[in-house]
Ligand binder design. Structure first.
Ligand code: SAH
Length: 352
């Protein structure tokens, strides 16, 4: 919902200021339409339905994977494609209906960066999304069920659209997602990392690294030519150091490392990564590594096998670097990391 249009419309109709807040409270709680907002006069609900679209996004398609992951393909009002995903995890997070519900949101339609293993990088970049378009992705899933985690790991580079991303983040707690459960993932766009460090909201930072040295990283991620590894790591360390100021708990940086067979998965590369993230004498524990099994995107790469991933994990752990292997979710509907491309969603999808 375009919240600015909502406020302006209500003001133009001489409605009291609290009306916009009322509408937002309902939307944030998962109301499916203006109709349900029973503390608003019925005539006002009808007028709003005509004047302020309930969502800025049109749902084009929705697919559900065997593991419960739901992927939605949306179009903006000017017909730009974008996707968002909800991942369901089993377990008991102290809530009814099961474990963690994490939404993966897009910040842009397409992506201007060209990481060679990522499907989004191969599609055409359209534009930045507005904060309302970002929020509407989360609201869509909130209408299905309660959600409590958010990652900006969908389409796009959030740091290239940080103002809109942060404006959306400000409203996520009302939807059920605290700042500490919100993670912004970046290719290592340094000005964005610095801006996030200076931001008042205690948001999390994830860094897509994928290689422990510059030559390989530049090959995989051309953005490394602009912001080389050592500078990116420094910026991430500064972020971590900054999060500890005052009474707030430090926020460790998540390092994402997608495992590509014969490219970045050798033992020596694990050791090089460990030296980079935890050089001798550094016990700050600024980083935690997530090893990501590669999801096929039609690129020239193959994913590392289980045994190589395990060996890489063990080498990092042995060198004192906290590390986990990320669960792959939604692969059968092309909703896993790096698979969010509009073309993939354009194929007929199973009904939800
Ligand atoms: N542009 C930001 C946000 C997108 S996040 C960033 O790169 O961090 C998407 C995550 O999925 C990144 O860590 C990205 O490197 C990873 N990814 C991309 N393609 C992938 C693939 N084919 N398999 C597994 N992970 C992939």
């Amino acid at each position: 919902m375009d919240l600015q249009l909502l406020r302006e419309t209500l003001a133009a109709w001489d409605e009291p200021a609290f009306r916009a807040k009322q509408v937002w409270r309902w939307a944030a709680a998962g109301a499916p339409s203006y109709e349900e907002m029973t503390d608003l006069p019925a005539a006002l609900r009808e007028r709003l339905a005509r004047k302020v679209p309930f969502s800025c996004l049109r749902l084009e398609r929705e697919a559900k994977a065997r593991d419960g992951t739901v992927k939605a393909l949306f179009a903006t009002a000017d017909s730009r494609p974008l996707e968002a995903v909800m991942m369901r995890y089993r377990g008991h997070a102290g809530r009814t209906g099961g474990g963690r519900r994490s939404v993966c949101l897009s910040s842009q339609s397409g992506c201007p960066l060209t990481c060679r293993f990522c499907a989004t990088g191969a599609m055409r970049f359209a534009r930045n999304l507005t904060s309302s378009e970002i929020l509407d992705q989360a609201l869509h899933f909130r209408r299905i069920e309660e959600i409590d985690h958010c990652v900006f790991m969908g389409m796009g580079e959030p740091m290239l659209n940080l103002d809109a991303v942060l404006a959306a983040c400000e409203r996520l707690p009302a939807i059920g997602i605290t700042h500490r459960r919100t993670t912004i993932s970046t290719v290592g766009w340094i000005p964005g990392i610095e801006a996030l460090a200076a931001c008042d909201m205690p948001l999390r930072l994830a860094l897509s690294l994928h290689a422990p040295e510059d030559a390989l990283r530049s090959e995989l991620m051309p953005v490394n030519e602009r912001y080389p590894l050592a500078e990116v790591i420094d910026a991430a360390r500064a972020f971590y150091a900054h999060t500890g100021s005052g009474t707030s708990k430090r926020r460790r940086v998540f390092v994402e490392y997608v495992m590509l067979a014969g490219v970045n998965d050798r033992y020596e590369q694990a050791l090089a990564l460990a030296r980079l993230l935890a050089p001798e004498g550094d016990s700050s524990g600024a980083f935690k590594v997530n090893l990501i099994p590669y999801n096929p995107t039609g690129s020239e790469f193959r994913g590392s096998g289980r045994a190589s991933i395990e060996a890489f994990r063990a080498a990092l752990a042995g060198a004192g670097v906290p590390v986990t292997v990320r669960l792959t979710r939604g692969r059968d509907i092309d909703a896993a990391c790096g698979q969010l491309a509009a073309s993939a969603a354009g194929a007929p999808a199973p009904a939800v």
